[in-house]
Structure formats: C-alpha cells, structure tokens
Design a protein around this ligand. Structure first.
Ligand code: FES
Ligand SMILES: [Fe+2]
Length: 445
C-alpha cells in the first residue's frame, strides 16, 4: 500500500453525527514551555518591518530598539515582566536566554555555523503552531519512522546520533521530493515535477529552541538552516526557518547574469528564501498529528528507537527546577456507567469514527465481519490520535504518525502489513467495553 496521503487529513476520519462526536480534540501538553535554554525570538528585519510595540514571550514582553549603526549588537532589548533576560543578535536574529537564572545563563551562546557563508541569512514567514510543544519538533527530528509515513520521504536513515548534556547531534541521509506531503494540493502537484533529492543533513540542537542544520547533496546547493522554535504561552510554538545558500554553489557567470537582470540581487539569496519557506511548510503536516496527539510520559518505543527515548529524557533536563508533571486523574470505578456512543448504522465500514465523551477520546470501527470495535483513540506507540488521519487498510487500522497497522482485534503488527502473524504486544490498542442494544452502541465509561 502507498503511505497515507494527507489529502485532507482533518476529514480522513469520520466524525459520527452522534451527540458525542466533536470536530476537534483539544489536548493540553503537560510539559512546561518555560525551559532553561536559549530561544530564538524574532529575525530583527521582521521586527523592524512590522514594528510591533511588544513581542509576547511566555510571561514577558520584549521590545527592541536600534541604538545606532556601529557596535557588535546595535540593538537595545527591553523586557517587561520578570527579570531582564540576556539577549544576543546573531546572523540577524534575536536570541534570548530564558533559564532559571534569567540574567546569567550557565550555557554560553553557541557557535551557530563554524564557517558562515558570504550570503544573506534570510528568513521564512513565521507560523504559530497551536497545541504544539517545542519538544514535539525536537523529538520529530530524531524520529526516523515518521519521515516515511508523515512526510512520504522515500528513504530516511538517522545515524551518529549523540545526546550530551547540552546538545543533540545527528546525521540523516534522505531521498525525497520537497512538498510531496504538503497540505496544499498545488504544492503536492508541483512536487511531482521537482527532481528527487538525495541529501545528507547534519543537525545540532542547542536546547529545545534552536536547531542548526547543514545540508549537502549531489543535486542541491550547500545550505545552512536554522529552525527557530519559540514557545508562546503554555502550548504553542512559533516557527520560522533562517536559511543561507553557499554562493560558491552557483557559477559566477550565472550570478552575474542574474545580478544584471535584477539590479544587483543575488540568486543565492532568492533561493534561500524559497527554501526557507519550503522547509517550514514541511511542519504543517506534522502539526496535524501534534495538535491532537496525547503526550505519553512513558511511550512504548521499539528497541530500535532507543535514541528517541534519550531525546525525550534530554528534553526533561531543560525543565525548571522542581517541575512535576500534573497527574492524570483516573475516573473512579463507582462513577462508571453505560454511556451512549452512537447508532450502529452510523458506524460505517471502512472508516474510523471518533468520539469525545467528557475527557475520554474514543474511536470505533467495523471489522470485515461487521463487528463494531471501540478503542481508546490514542496510539500506544507515541500517542497519535487515530481518529485524525487514521485509515482502514485491508481490515487493519493504520496510524497516521508512523504507519503502524492494528488488526481487527487491535493487535499491532508494526509498519509492515505483511507481518500479519507477528505482533508487538506492548503496542496493542486499548479496547473499551461496549454493547449494542436496539441498534445503539453504548460504552462502559
Ligand atoms: S504513534 Fe507511532 S504508530 Fe501510532
Ligand atoms: Fe516531521
């Protein structure tokens, strides 16, 4: 089977028209957004263009004032709210330290690029991702399996993955077409005519807010990218991508002709701007998963995903001192009762039906024999909501995040449907007790 294409992922699952069904699933991530790390706040050029009087940043407001053309950092940065934070302007981007000690960061500002290119570092437009935690981005960067199922990349291999107290470094070999997973149909069509790319990417994460990437490949120019992740509020993250293309990539004659036509502009800068927006748009399809997924404190990762567990633990080292995740309240047994879910007729075969009853998220499907199955909506692997983007394929339910298949009994057979007799029992779906009476389905909740 082809990987699931997110044609319109918000409607691949079917919202039943029962009273319990709701169009969205608002999740609250129990992890703190206030982390001990450097964050990228805003490209200064963008700030100057829009001139907002105050930039909201967690529980603080920030303003930036130019203080003359000379000097290493010709900007004064003011904070309202808590103590003044440390601010640094590098490659045209304003970074701030937001650690426990706001004035004296115990991590020096890192070297972003050992050899910056002699070209502009330009930025994409910024996008605010709702219901998304900064660590969702960092974890996905090390999450090899999702690149095929979510981004539809033909090949992805992560290696040399090293997690230290301060950084995560990794290499990734990939083969893909940019935009093939885009949520926009026009970009997906465009991606069909773009050449397939094979490239190697070097990643360094300097804390959750700063991902530095270098890319090389046979058919692409050498690129520097900075993925800027800035938390806003308890569970939102603003993202933009800063890019530069090595000008040595283009023959001098090509640059000269382009410069003559455009009165001095550089092709490398134009390409950098296009690439910055392309890369940022790749996150749109991740965000569909993140928006609805449940954060699993102890996710049931496979042995081959040990490095991902290290990344999750690494994220916790940036929490403020003394932070404890809020406990999830259990519904007491005496409060449980039979609750109406849907009518039998509504649960059509071949679809995943989603429901919200109080704080419970459920899915229902009919197997090939017509039997209704009801499960907890969250995939036990990494908590994706199976009702948003989950599909039925050959009587199995396929998770949109890593493409794992669950048979009609809810047993996980991994990402390869051919493994139909080999189960990963730690990843079985959680069945919800239900009964059918007079054409109505009820659940015990
Ligand atoms: S979350 Fe990974 S397969 Fe479902
Ligand atoms: Fe992703």
């Amino acid at each position: 089977m082809e990987p699931a294409v997110f044609d319109d992922p918000r409607t691949t699952a079917h919202d039943s028209n029962s009273a319990a069904a709701k169009p969205g699933c608002k999740r609250v991530n129990p992890r703190p957004q206030r982390l001990n790390t450097w964050f990228t706040l805003i490209p200064v050029a963008e700030y100057e263009k829009k001139r907002p009087s105050r930039i909201p940043f967690l529980d603080t407001f920030v303003t930036v004032e130019p203080i003359g053309a000379d000097g290493e950092t010709p900007y004064a940065v003011f904070f309202e709210g808590k103590l003044p934070m440390t601010a640094v302007v590098e490659i045209g981007v304003l970074f701030v330290w937001y650690g426990d000690d706001l004035q004296k960061p115990d991590r020096p500002f890192p070297t972003l690029f050992a050899e910056p290119y002699d070209s502009a570092y330009v930025t994409s437009t910024a996008t605010l991702f709702e219901d998304t935690h900064v660590m969702d981005f960092v974890e996905n960067g090390s999450d090899n399996l999702h690149f095929r199922a979510v981004h539809l990349w033909e090949y992805s291999k992560i290696y040399d993955h090293v997690v230290t107290a301060e950084t995560i470094t990794l290499k990734q070999d990939t083969r893909f077409r940019y935009g093939s997973c885009s949520t926009r149909r026009s970009i997906r069509w465009l991606s069909k005519v773009l050449p397939k790319l094979e490239l190697t990417q070097d990643y360094v994460y300097h804390g959750p807010g700063l991902a530095v990437v270098g890319a090389t490949g046979s058919r692409i120019p050498r690129m520097h990218a900075l993925v800027s992740l800035t938390p806003e509020g308890a569970n939102r993250t603003r993202v933009y991508v800063t890019m530069a293309i090595d000008p040595a990539t283009f023959p001098a004659a090509v640059e000269r002709v382009y410069g003559a036509i455009t009165r001095g502009r550089r092709l490398c800068d134009l390409l950098a701007r296009i690439m910055a927006n392309y890369i940022k748009n790749e996150f749109d399809v991740d965000a569909i998963i993140w928006k609805n997924k449940k954060y699993l404190g102890a996710s049931a990762l496979l042995p081959s995903e040990r490095h991902l567990r290290d990344v999750i633990e690494w994220g916790k080292t940036f929490y403020p001192k003394g932070f404890h995740a809020p406990a999830t309240p259990e519904r007491p047994a005496e409060a449980r009762q039979w609750r109406p879910l849907d009518t039998l007729d509504n649960v059509a075969p071949g679809q995943v039906h989603r429901y919200t009853i109080d704080d419970a998220e459920l899915i229902a499907r009919r197997d090939a024999g017509g039997t209704v199955r009801v499960y907890d909506a969250f995939c036990p692997h990494q908590g994706a909501h199976l009702g948003f983007g989950g599909v039925i394929d050959r009587d199995c339910l396929r998770c949109p995040f890593h493409g794992f298949y669950f048979d009609s009994e809810g047993r996980c057979i991994g990402p390869n449907i051919a493994n139909e007799h080999s189960f990963i029992t730690s990843l079985n779906l959680t069945s919800v007790s239900h009964r059918v009476r007079d054409g109505r389905i009820e659940v015990w909740l």
